[in-house]
Write a protein that binds this ligand. Structure first.
Ligand code: TMP
Length: 216
């Protein structure tokens, strides 16, 4: 029998890996099973954090280097958005014993800012200590995707974002960073999401059902 408890689930992976799709599928399925669940995303998730998201994503389309945010400003904006999100949404919802599903979280900062842009890990760690306190995801799904499938999915998108025009090499590097982060860690599941069928959503629901003790 399902018993209400706070549970924090994160989906991570490169653009076009299907994490937004899988987060939504899991959200709908949990709700159908009467599990109080919130679906959210980073950067964003609250009104104020979505405003910061707009700033970050618009910056990518600026042409000149002088106009663009410095990589530390950019990192601080991700962290500022995270602070708003954690304080005003994630923690309050977990306090109400809800399941929170988040599309991207701290591992995206590691993959893109630390591994990708060589921003200091200690800089991020120190600020995040204050933002997160003892908050940690219970489960993180890393969705792995083949270059062919991610390209196909990105081509179908109406709105472009910051990393949508990067060369394949960039995605490979980001994906390898996610895999490195997940290696030998408890509570991480690396799943292949290259195929467009419902095998993966069933597998994800199966994993979560066990943790939450949902009988179906
Ligand atoms: P999304 O479009 O997948 O929701 O994410 C927006 C972009 O933000 C995506 O390209 C990855 C990037 N990002 C970072 O670089 N660092 C972070 O900490 C987060 C949460 C996202």
């Amino acid at each position: 029998m399902y018993k209400k408890k706070p549970f924090f689930i994160v989906f991570e992976g490169v653009e076009g890996c299907g994490k937004s799709y899988q987060s939504k599928k899991l959200f709908l399925r949990l709700r159908k099973n009467k599990v109080p669940t919130v679906l959210t995303r980073e950067p964003g998730g609250t009104k104020s954090a979505e405003l910061i998201r707009d700033l970050i994503l618009k910056d990518y389309f600026k042409k000149s280097k002088e106009e663009k945010f410095d990589k530390y400003t950019d990192t601080l904006l991700y962290l500022a958005a995270r602070n708003e999100h954690v304080k005003n949404k994630i923690k309050p919802e977990l306090d109400k014993k809800k399941v929170v599903i988040c599309d991207r979280f701290v591992d995206s900062t590691l993959a893109y800012q630390v591994f990708g842009k060589k921003v200091s890990l200690n800089f991020i760690k120190n600020i995040q200590k204050v933002i997160l306190g003892d908050l940690k995801p219970n489960i993180t799904f890393i969705l792995k995707v083949s270059p062919k499938s991610s390209k196909k999915r990105l081509r179908k998108r109406k709105s472009k974002n910051r990393y949508d025009n990067f060369p394949q090499k960039f995605y490979n590097k980001a994906q390898n960073s996610f895999l490195k982060i997940a290696k030998r860690k408890k509570n991480y599941f690396i799943l292949d999401s290259s195929n467009d069928d419902n095998f993966l959503e069933n597998r994800i629901f199966g994993i979560i059902s066990k943790y939450l003790n949902i009988k179906n």
